[in-house]
Design a protein around this ligand. Sequence first.
Ligand code: HEC
Ligand code: HEC
Ligand code: HEC
Ligand code: HEC
Ligand code: HEC
Length: 286
Amino acid sequence: MAQIFDRSSNALARMSLVLTGLIVIALGVTLDELQRSPWVTRQGQRPDQPVPFSHKHHVMGLGLQCQYCHTTVEKSSYAGIPPTKTCMNCHAQIWTNAALLEPIRRSWATNQSVTWTKVHDLPDFAYFSHEIHVNKGMGCSSCHGRVDQMPLMYMQNTLQMEWCLDCHRNPAKNIRPTGQIYNMAWEKPSEERPVWCSVNDQAGVPTAQMVNCVTKDPSSAGAEVASLQLPMANGKGLAGDVQSAAVPAAPAYKKFTDQNELGHFLVEHYKIRTPRELTSCEVCHR
Ligand code: HEC
Ligand code: HEC
Ligand code: HEC
Ligand code: HEC
Ligand code: HEC
């Protein structure tokens, strides 16, 4: 053999092996990048819609709440896309001749729903539900970004598994009081923007409903504290036995100036599962 293949061809063979290896690695890296690129994930793209509906105008401009149109977001896996009727509540009177709104009027006249192009669309093998996220303190903007500033809808995040897991590994960093989930401008608590929370664990009500959080100092006048109803014992009024009546103690508020502390408090009281449980495959692949 040595006569046919001299030393130099041996080196050449080794060289080409190394080269092939490098090409395979480079290809792998490129494919991986490609798989994460906005071109594949459609992150940030604004697909053509039958009507250029502006969240900015309707949410920021007119002050409409998300639930006005996405009616099932708190009680179902789907947030829901509004029917033509919802638009016609206003557009039967406003902008009635606008060419932009012709598809809406046609839909109303023919009773055929508008075919919006989905912006967010998980593959069928991944399970997702709005209900649990929204009821456990995950705000719309944590996943969808500043929708109130979007003239046309686009996807803020990749919605890839890695993105889901990043939060499931540590929900404390994103969690907020359930009363703030629709607040597009919500920011983490800080020294200048504290949050006060109290827990009413007497009532045996499950989870998040037991926690009340406010963004104004509850000990100062005019704070948005739930009013305490004093029981009127046997219709006798407050005179006499006010001492013996089971007046619930005023809830003790805890002050938070840091997302980490608030996060761990809410994770505990909203009874969020452990990161280990939340990252197990069956949670999302059923
Ligand atoms: C006046 C009705 C209306 C209001 C109010 C409204 N939306 Fe929408 N929303 C729509 C319509 C119509 C679409 C479908 C067209 C589109 O994607 O722009 C949509 C689409 C969306 C989508 C993308 C759906 C998809 O295809 O993936 C998200 C996310 C969304 N809205 C979030 C919100 C949030 C968050 C709020 C509150 C800040 C809100 N919307 C308020 C009507 C509304
Ligand atoms: C609460 C009343 C109300 C509802 C509900 C409503 N609109 Fe509007 N819409 C308005 C008003 C007011 C304007 C004019 C806004 C402006 O010019 O500042 C407008 C403007 C528009 C425009 C013109 C472009 C723009 O954004 O200014 C489009 C398109 C439109 N709406 C589509 C829709 C669709 C689609 C729906 C249903 C999903 C809908 N609207 C629901 C009140 C409403
Ligand atoms: C934990 C992240 C997360 C939060 C919080 C969240 N969404 Fe979504 N949203 C998603 C994902 C993921 C999808 C795509 C679902 C699919 O394709 O099955 C989606 C889809 C939607 C859609 C399209 C229709 C649908 O249900 O598939 C609308 C509208 C929407 N979200 C509105 C909202 C509103 C309003 C809120 C706040 C009340 C909200 N979302 C909170 C992740 C989130
Ligand atoms: C911003 C944080 C956040 C993001 C992003 C997020 N989740 Fe969650 N998810 C949570 C929290 C918090 C819970 C509630 C855990 C609990 O109650 O134990 C949850 C629960 C769930 C559940 C359990 C539902 C049930 O009924 O058991 C599923 C499924 C789920 N998420 C899927 C997803 C998928 C799929 C994505 C990505 C497309 C995603 N999540 C992105 C925070 C998040
Ligand atoms: C928090 C929810 C969640 C958990 C937990 C989860 N996945 Fe996924 N997984 C997803 C989503 C969402 C997708 C779709 C991603 C996309 O569309 O790019 C996905 C996609 C996949 C894919 C398809 C290939 C890919 O990367 O797109 C495989 C395989 C997979 N998951 C396996 C697993 C295994 C194994 C586990 C457990 C170790 C797991 N997943 C846990 C949400 C989850």
